[in-house]
Ligand binder design. Structure first.
Ligand code: MTE
Length: 319
């Protein structure tokens, strides 16, 4: 059912049996109220994980692949190997600390150079914007990758709503600041809150997603609940988690990783096998769940959709 995909985005009706899709829509409307087990009942016949799954982990549907034919990582992988420095720098420790975080209620402020500044609650975001499923590759700058079935809506649809003015050239994102729930934020080594940025045309690209869930579940805390960015052609650190503020600005905004290591992490951070990180090659990557390494694809395989954004730019300078 899934190898037919030739292009992204993938329509949710193509990756999910229709009955399951309908129940998922109901679920999305009620997100925050129902628990994962309600959805589990609606899941199709499935492959059971070898590792003991968490009580509410959805069972993995067989045959879920990206448009290149590569299988989606399991829910177990996606929720137990995380980069989320607000909790800890230990990828396998994030899931253990994340339950203390409370993502509800939640608001996202959208303001700056816009005609209609707005503050959205999660219910508004889930009901106002069409929730789609997109199976994307996520390539971390540390040279590992996964394939993740997200649920979410395009950032473009949100930005259209607030009407950026002609002076708006960039979008700045800010994560939540809650050191009492996120022990890593007590670390003085990072300038909290986490912040990120995109050029406005990158933000408006149809691939750029505000993700609210994965595998049809509300976003797990460790993956950035309740709402995070997903920019699949850029290194994973651009995909900022637990967003509370989105600001339209005229100048290129600061980003946490660029502040911490300007020679190592540029503003653009497009996946590029030809430009090494100063401390390691980016030519290949380890797909979580696989033994060998695979070659890294330029723009993480999304060049057809995004290469036009960088025409005439030297990507070894604008890394
Ligand atoms: N967002 C915040 N707020 N804090 C983080 O530490 N880590 C980034 C990104 N978004 C991070 C973040 C990095 S380095 C990666 S690779 C991805 O989240 C990992 O997303 P995942 O844990 O859902 O796979």
């Amino acid at each position: 059912m899934t190898n037919k995909f030739k292009s992204v985005p993938v329509k949710s009706s193509e990756i999910t049996p229709y009955s399951q899709y309908l129940s998922r829509r109901d679920f999305l409307k009620a997100a925050g109220i129902v628990t994962g087990s309600a959805l589990l009942a609606a899941c199709a016949p499935s492959v059971t994980e070898t590792a003991a799954p968490a009580a509410e982990a959805p069972v993995v549907s067989p045959g879920l692949t990206d448009e290149l034919g590569d299988p989606a990582n399991t829910f177990q992988d996606i929720t137990n190997y995380n980069n989320y420095y607000e909790f800890t720098t230990d990828k396998e420790g994030v899931a253990k600390l994340a339950p203390k975080f409370n993502p509800s209620p939640w608001t996202v402020e959208v303001n700056g150079l816009v005609n209609k500044p707005m503050t959205f609650g999660m219910d508004d975001l889930l009901s106002k914007f069409t929730q789609e499923e997109r199976i994307y590759r996520l390539r971390c700058v540390e040279a590992w990758s996964m394939v993740i079935p997200w649920t979410g809506f395009t950032l473009a649809s949100l930005l259209k709503e607030v009407e950026p003015t002609s002076d708006a050239k960039y979008v700045r994102f800010e994560s939540v600041l809650r050191p009492e729930e996120m022990p890593g934020q007590k670390s003085p080594f990072y300038p909290w809150p986490y912040q990120e940025g995109l050029r406005l045309d990158e933000a408006m690209n149809d691939l750029t997603l505000l993700a609210t869930g994965l595998y049809g579940e509300p976003m797990p805390n460790q993956n950035g609940a309740p709402i995070r960015l997903v920019v699949p052609w850029k290194y994973g650190f651009k995909s900022i988690k637990a967003i509370t503020k989105i600001e339209l600005v005229a100048e290129q905004p600061s980003t946490l990783w660029n502040d911490v290591g300007p020679n190592e992490y540029g503003f653009y951070s497009n996946v590029n096998p030809e430009v090494s990180h100063p401390r390691w090659s980016q030519a290949s990557e380890r797909r979580i769940g696989e033994l060998g390494r695979r070659q890294t694809l330029k723009f993480n395989g999304y060049g057809e959709q995004v290469a036009y954004l960088y025409e005439g730019m030297d990507l070894s300078v604008n890394y």
